[in-house]
Structures are given as C-alpha cells and as structure tokens.
Ligand binder design. Sequence first.
Ligand code: WAQ
Ligand code: MG
Ligand code: MG
Length: 260
Amino acid sequence: MQDKKIYSIRMRAAKGGPHEKGGKHISGGEVLANYEDIKKAVNTLLDKAIMHSRGNPDFMQIQFEEVEKPVQYLAPLRIKTNNVSSLQEGHQRAINLLKKCGVPRPTIEEAYKLMEQSENSGMRGAILLNVHSGERVDNRGEKGVRVSRMDWDNDNFNNWAIRQKIPSELKIKEAITLATKVASHPEIFAELCWSDDPDYITGYVASKKIGYQRISKLKEYGDERGFRIIFVKNVPNIDTYIDYLEKEPTLLYWEEDDDT
Ligand code: WAQ
Ligand code: MG
Ligand code: MG
C-alpha cells in the first residue's frame, strides 16, 4: 500500500564546524517528498553540498520529518530575464523593480546599507525588512529566516523550463520555488536576492506584481556574499510571516495554460 504522507527533508552544511559554532555556511537545501522518494531526496541534498563552490563542508546535517498540514499548490511566477552589461546597471534595474513593487526609496537605501555593513561570513536565511521603516524585523541574527517546506516536481519543472527557454538547473528551480512561495503571501511586497556562490552572479527581484525578474549581474565573480531580503508590511506579529515561510508546505505546479 502506498503511503500518501509527505515529508520535509532539510540539509545544512558548513565549514569550520557547525553554523552555531561559527562555521562558514556552505550550502542548505529543502525538499518535499513521498516516503518512497526520501532516499533520492537525501542524495540530491548530499550532492548539492558535497562539491560546492563555497568550499568542502566539514559539518552536514540532513533531517526529515513528516508534514502534517495540507499542501498549498502554486503556479510558478512568470519569469523575465533582464540582461545588463554592468554591476551598476544591474543594481539600478533591481532598485527600479523594487520601486515598482511599492518599496519606498529610503527603505531600499536601508537594505543596501545593511548589506554593505554585513560581515557576511554567510547567512543561511533571509532578512525581513519592514517596507515602511526600513528596519529589520526578524530577530534571527546571522541565521536569518530559512524558507522551507517547498518543492517543484522535476519533470514539471523541466517542461516549464523548456517552454520558457531557461536552463533546467536545480539552482533556478529552487530560486523560483522559493520566490513563488514568498510572493504569494498577501503582506509581502517584494524579495531581492543574489547567490552567495562565487561562481553565480545572476540574481532577481520578485513579487506577485512583477513576477520573477532575473537580473544577469548583481555581483562580481569570486564574491562570496549573497543576500535575500524580504520586504514585509508592518504587522503586529512577525511570527505569522516566519511561520508561513518556514512551515507552510508548498508545491509548485505548472500547466501550459498558466502562460497564455
Ligand atoms: N530561505 C531563506 N534564505 C535563503 C534560503 C532559504 N531557503 N536559501 C538561501 N537563502 C539566502 C542565504 O542568505 C544565502 O546566502 C542567499 O540567500 C543566497 O542563497 O538564475 O542560488 O542559494 O534565476 O546561493 C538566484 C538566481 C540564485 C537564479 C540564488 O541563492 C536564476 C541562489 P543561494
Ligand atoms: Mg540555495
Ligand atoms: Mg548558495
């Protein structure tokens, strides 16, 4: 008999000891799977971290747990690629897109200030910023808030990628899955992200309004600083965001009709 329960499988890897003992973040990952696919999922996560451009980890944790809440299904955000010819043009594009999402100029400046000041030995999660005041509202420090319990079936993603003329890469699948989950929260304005992998310079701005807008250059090759900033409306209880981001099980599903 087939077991219809689903499981959240999560991985984190660091170098120089575990994250909580000051180790450098190397890689993290999250997958949702049926019981019979847990082995495959663990392997995917292991592969992701064991040969990583940020270095070889000396600490790794992979854990799984049953998910009890019902899954929400979301169509992937529409994708657009903005090709830019310089770092400056990339950030200008990002700033304009954030403005389109309703993020005020001073808040965007606060976000950039925060990133410039950051030591960033490697956050593994996202920073939540109050969209109106520009203040950081999560209290997760160097850890940040890790968006979790989300996935997108490989075959469905591959079909989507072929149709969009986008490379079928795990990195892109993960980023769109995360961005779609984040953007579907009614009180989240926008997300700004670029990778902490030194060999990956494409980043994005995403929201329900503008979709997933890739920007071909948001940092220089070799730079190991990456960020994820989520611009949120001021609400009395920040835990409602954190609970949604960490816990709400979410699967993407694309149908050809979604794009017409
Ligand atoms: N939840 C919250 N924050 C995260 C998560 C997560 N699940 N995963 C990563 N982060 C944060 C963390 O602070 C990392 O330092 C930063 O984001 C970058 O993570 O071509 O690969 O996984 O369309 O390196 C975007 C462009 C790639 C893809 C982003 O980010 C494309 C990427 P990375
Ligand atoms: Mg990642
Ligand atoms: Mg990374």
